[in-house]
Write a protein that binds this ligand. Structure first.
Ligand SMILES: *[C@@H]1O[C@H](CO)[C@@H](O)[C@H](O)[C@H]1NC(C)=O
Ligand SMILES: *[C@@H]1O[C@H](CO)[C@@H](O)[C@H](O)[C@H]1NC(C)=O
Ligand SMILES: *[C@@H]1O[C@H](CO)[C@@H](O)[C@H](O)[C@H]1NC(C)=O
Ligand SMILES: *[C@@H]1O[C@H](CO)[C@@H](O)[C@H](O)[C@H]1NC(C)=O
Ligand SMILES: *[C@@H]1O[C@H](CO)[C@@H](O)[C@H](O)[C@H]1NC(C)=O
Length: 496
């Protein structure tokens, strides 16, 4: 065991024992593959990276976008019900010399698109697609039926609250690609932040009516890195150029990876407190494992305890500990009956089938270069991850200075990046409390709990939601994003 932090060990141990081939576990697979790559620990607070040729290129980063918007308009997706809002999809070049381009899918707001804000959504992984999860299984306007070819409307889509931009990032994820294949080996936090930033500048050039719009970035899981790191890049260049290039107002992150040490400690404690592992295993982990992000090796007793965890969690969905598993991912001839209350655990299979259809790719203006691999929800062509910040807490703290709104939400039945981890991470920031822990309500019921800190940081739970909060609690998630965007505190009273 050399050169492995405790996080890397947990991920590889969980994996070796994960037998259920659900697509959800692909998120683990993608992680493990990438974490086995050599990691350099960086302080992402160091912005000078973006000045180097490997970060933001010295070459002109904003290319002409004339006529592209009209080409990107999606007339209709295969199997789609009638809707009144506009959809766009296409590629934005983020590096001309390498031939690197990001795929985006953009849905305008159902109503008042001219006045509602612009919200960018990023999924994590690293290596998971914002189309697979965000757009098609969480907060997008459509969900895919079990026939793998027709869509139904998500009545709690976030495009009731904002214009929503989904991006597959970095290159190698979903339809996003690079013609320089070595880019797939050198994914990382820094390169992703720089590419996401260049993507945005070019996208805004293509959609100039959104240039001055209030802009928010949201995301989940490993996007707990992407979102603050992109926000930091935006703030940095706005300051440096003394010009609001991008009108960023705030960030919203769900079940986010924030700080390796507390993330891991919280995960073990969650497993223990939810009777998934024994107290003996919890104590063994605490006693024998080295939680430091700089730890290179772990003792045999630590590894033995980690194997105990693998044995006990392999039989459940760690992303929602009470969810049913998918036992039959086969498509059905006729769509199964759907209900927003019961998320279908086999949805990943329907998504995979739909996104790999040629008629769908044509309608989306995706895969125009005929890539040599299938579209995958996680993993894709990405092969390596060379830098991962061990913490983003200093960034979250810094945002208060720039008056950015920071909201962190947490589905409380996720065990992968659980509420215990998020609580420990937020505590580690040592912010003064403005409004103490309280229930928040939606339609008369407790929708979760929240605490507000000075400097405009809110921590809110979403009751009975797994890792992908809008999949499991779409109504509560929409209420949450509405509050976030309007800057109104979550409702403390049970009156409707
Ligand atoms: C910041 O990053 C640059 C470029 O990556 C590097 O040369 C420099 O040493 C870093 N500075 C600090 C203080 O880490
Ligand atoms: C990648 O290569 C293909 C084939 O040569 C080309 O059509 C495409 O424009 C290139 N992509 C980028 C972003 O330059
Ligand atoms: C920044 O721009 C504003 C006007 O947009 C100007 O008043 C101010 O002097 C500028 N500051 C610097 C440091 O250039
Ligand atoms: C799924 O389809 C395959 C191929 O038709 C079949 O062999 C398998 O039994 C099906 N699975 C289930 C659980 O019905
Ligand atoms: C792109 O298209 C090719 C040819 O149709 C197909 O084999 C491949 O699976 C597709 N890749 C993606 C990422 O959609």
């Amino acid at each position: 065991m050399e050169n492995k932090t405790i996080l890397a060990i947990f991920i590889s141990v969980f994996l070796s024992t994960l037998v259920y081939q659900t697509f959800a576990n692909k998120q683990f697979h993608a992680l493990s593959q990438l974490y086995n790559a050599k990691l350099s620990k960086v302080s992402i607070v160091n912005t000078s990276y973006f000045e180097t040729p490997n970060g933001l290129h010295k070459a002109k980063v904003v290319l002409p976008q004339n006529g592209q918007k009209a080409n990107d308009k999606i007339s209709k997706l295969p199997g789609q019900p009638y809707v009144e809002f506009n959809q766009y999809g296409g590629y934005v070049t983020v590096d001309e010399s390498a031939g690197r381009a990001f795929y985006y899918y953009f849905v305008e707001a159902e109503k008042s698109k001219e006045s509602l804000p612009l919200l960018l959504w990023l999924n994590g992984g690293p290596g998971c697609s914002s189309l697979a999860y965000g757009a098609m299984q969480e907060l997008g306007p459509f969900r895919i039926n079990s026939d793998g070819k027709t869509l139904y409307k998500n009545q709690f889509s976030w495009n009731r609250a904002a214009n929503i931009l989904f991006v597959e990032s970095p290159a190698g994820v979903g339809f996003s690609y690079s013609n320089k294949s070595s880019d797939y080996e050198t994914g990382g936090d820094k390169a992703t932040a720089a590419d996401n930033y260049v993507f945005l500048l070019n996208w805004l050039e293509r959609f100039p009516e959104y240039k001055d719009r209030e802009f928010y970035i949201a995301g989940e899981s490993y996007a707990g890195h992407y979102v603050p790191q992109l926000a930091q890049t935006i703030v940095y260049y706005n300051l440096k150029l003394n010009k609001t290039l991008i009108n960023l107002k705030g960030i919203l992150i769900g079940n986010p990876t924030l700080n390796d040490e507390t993330d891991l400690k919280g995960m073990i404690d969650y497993f223990g407190s939810h009777a998934i592992i024994s107290d003996e295993t919890v104590f063994a982990i605490r006693k024998y494992c080295n939680f430091s992000p700089n730890a290179d090796t772990q003792s045999d007793k630590c590894i033995e305890a980690a194997e105990d965890i693998g044995y006990n969690i392999q039989v459940i969905d760690v992303y929602n500990i009470y969810a049913p598993l998918c036992f039959d991912g086969n498509l059905t001839k006729n769509p199964k009956k759907t209900s927003w209350r019961n998320f279908d655990p086999c949805s990943d299979f329907y998504t995979h089938a739909y996104m790999n259809r040629q008629d769908v790719q044509e309608a989306l203006h995706a895969n125009v270069t005929k890539l040599g691999h299938d579209w995958e929800a996680c993993g894709g062509a990405l092969r390596g991850w060379i830098d991962s910040s061990s913490t983003v807490l200093p960034l979250l703290k810094e945002f208060a200075k720039y008056k950015l709104r920071v909201w962190i939400f947490s589905g409380d039945i996720d065990a992968r990046v659980p509420i215990t981890s998020t609580k420990y991470s937020v505590s580690a920031m040592k912010l003064p409390v403005k409004t103490k822990w309280h229930p928040w309500f939606h339609q008369g019921e407790v929708a979760g709990y929240a605490q507000v800190y000075k400097g405009d940081l809110t921590l809110a739970t979403v009751r009975e939601a797994g890792h992908q909060v809008p999949s499991y609690q779409p109504k509560r998630a929409l209420a949450l994003v509405n509050h976030f965007l309007s800057g109104k505190p979550l409702v403390e009273s049970s009156r409707r």
